[in-house]
Design a protein around this ligand. Structure first.
Ligand code: GSH
Length: 208
């Protein structure tokens, strides 16, 4: 498998899933501003939208979209239980992956992190934070995970909560969410993925 990624972008969730399920993969870095891969290749030829993640499978399939890629990676290693086996729980997982991909990623964070955004888009995104973050905080309460155990939905949510350090809001306003974020970061597989990509991100920031 080959994961096209950019340090600390949403593709980090797939790296987390790979580490948490102990699966090897090649990691190819993409410069999201130039749309070039680290070896100078044209990333738009791989994903015309120029977005990460893309996962190329061992069979040569090119997969887009976090929700699909995360479930694909999880299903390759069922013993790691990164997706629930039970049908009702699986529906809940899909509910959370949809909510995270739309209401949290695209409604809240995309306008806050995208360099082509503007004040109106950022104001709109900020106006949506209280309802969406409160839903998460209310659900989490003192639960350890979004579902009964750690799943790819936690990998995706933690990846986005990392961004609040740059974009806000202060997670202190949702203590359950802040405590959840801290707990996830303490997981060995997840923590390793985050610290490796942090190092790549800050090395690049230092160079530019
Ligand atoms: N719907 C896509 C969204 C992916 C996405 O927004 N990726 C961001 C990084 S977190 C990106 O590549 N942004 C660069 C761009 O849109 O040009 C998915 O779920 O995979």
């Amino acid at each position: 498998m080959e994961l096209y990624f950019s340090p600390l972008a949403c593709s980090l969730a797939t790296r987390i899933a790979l580490y948490e399920s102990d699966q090897p993969a090649r990691f190819t870095r993409v410069d999201l501003s130039t749309k070039k891969t680290e070896d100078g290749g044209d990333y738009l030829a791989i994903n015309p939208l120029g977005q990460v993640p893309v996962l190329e499978t061992d069979e040569g399939d090119v997969l887009y979209e976090n929700g699909a890629i995360l479930q694909y990676v999880a299903e390759r290693q069922p013993d790691a239980e990164l997706v629930p086996r039970d049908g009702r729980a699986r529906t809940r997982l899909q509910q959370w992956l949809s909510f995270l991909g739309s209401e949290i990623h695209k409604v809240v964070f995309a306008p806050l992190v995208d360099a082509t955004s503007n004040d109106g888009a950022r104001d709109y995104a900020r106006s949506k934070i209280p309802s969406r973050f409160s839903r998460l905080a209310q659900h989490l309460g003192d639960r350890e995970f979004l579902l009964d155990g750690f799943t790819v939905a936690d990998a995706y949510l933690t990846t986005m909560l990392n961004w609040t350090a740059l974009t806000g809001p202060d997670l202190g306003d949702w203590p359950a969410l802040k405590a959840y974020h801290q707990r996830q970061l303490a997981r060995p597989g997840l923590g390793r993925a985050v610290s490796e990509e942090r190092a790549l991100y800050f090395a690049e920031a230092k160079r530019s």
